[in-house]
Design a protein around this ligand. Structure first.
Ligand code: ATP
Length: 285
């Protein structure tokens, strides 16, 4: 017999809670303690060094991201992009340096789950959606705990909850797939759904690791539009290898080029593309 929807929701919520307590928890759960962004900066990294047995994966890295900014980060293999995201999300402790979320939240003193709760969402390369459950259920389950519907048979979404799901569906272009099991979506649609699940947590800063890897050209283009729609409402850091994609979404915004664990160059896409050091270490390869 098919399990009831209430039962399915209970199981899913239990799975999410378990994921929450684990070190790889991708989604935050509780209200942000309040990020002080009065200076217009959402993320400050200063002099961050990460040494692995003496090898510096990050070497005195400094970088700021403004509130509402869409920042693209590029760099050749081994430049330190993943390590930098690991530091921001509390997965890796820096050997030295400071990392602040807004003015007041010292990321080096928090664990992964606390950082997710504080308002930093991370999208890994591979989509991790609940394949047997519909697009709607995936979004419903990802909703912040205090806003989520109780898993009872008679549970109803409030108007506010329904609106949040509806506007996210619109944003991630999955309104026409709302009852489709997530496992039947295309790769690109799964990636959008996972972005939607992160958005249900209302993060202030979203880190996206190669969001268009494996996507078709049409999906890539739509993802670019989506990220530009998110800009302003959220602050975004997009780590990408696909230069054409970065060129298409960066607009007049800043692009940061990492190399050997440090910032090699920073500026508009046109500026970094014209930078001789960048051409040598990355674009020229
Ligand atoms: N746990 C670790 N122990 C030892 N060295 C590591 C560890 N993690 C990363 N490194 C090294 O640190 C450097 C930076 O790695 P990182 O994965 O951050 O680079 P990346 O820019 O994300 O590369 P890619 O584009 O290939 O994903 C690499 O030389 C990598 O081999």
């Amino acid at each position: 017999m098919k399990p009831s929807r209430a039962r399915q929701l209970q199981e899913l919520q239990a799975a999410l809670l378990m994921a929450d307590s684990g070190s790889d928890a991708p989604y935050g759960r509780v209200a942000s303690p309040g990020v002080d962004t009065r200076h217009g900066v959402i993320l400050y990294l200063e002099g961050i060094t990460v040494s692995f047995d003496g090898f510096k994966a990050l070497n005195n890295l400094s970088l700021d991201i403004g509130v509402g900014e869409l920042r693209c980060v590029i760099g050749p293999n081994g430049a330190g992009k993943t390590t930098m995201m690991d530091v921001i999300t509390g997965k890796t402790a820096p050997t030295s340096g400071t990392a602040f979320f807004g003015q007041n939240i010292d990321l080096t003193k928090l664990g992964e789950t606390e950082i997710a709760h504080a308002g930093i969402g991370r999208k890994f390369q591979r989509p991790t959606v609940f394949e047997n459950h519909s697009v709607f259920e995936n979004l419903e389950l990802a909703m912040k705990a205090d806003k989520r519907v109780k898993p009872t048979l008679f549970a109803r979404l409030t108007g506010e909850q329904a609106d949040a799901i509806d506007s996210t569906l619109e944003l991630i272009r999955l309104k026409h797939e709302v009852w489709r099991p997530a496992g039947l979506l295309s790769h690109g649609q799964k990636q959008w759904l996972e972005i939607g699940m992160l958005l249900m947590q209302e993060p202030q800063l979203l880190l996206l690791d190669e969001p268009v890897a494996g996507m078709t050209d049409a999906e890539t283009e739509r993802t670019g539009e989506l990220l530009n729609e998110l800009k302003g409402r959220h602050s975004l850091m997009v780590v990408e290898h696909d230069m054409d994609f970065v060129a298409s979404i960066a607009g007049a915004g800043k692009v940061t080029v990492l190399h050997e664990g440090s910032v090699l160059a920073e500026g508009t896409m046109a500026q970094v593309q014209a930078d001789q050091r960048v051409i040598e270490v990355y674009l020229g390869r």
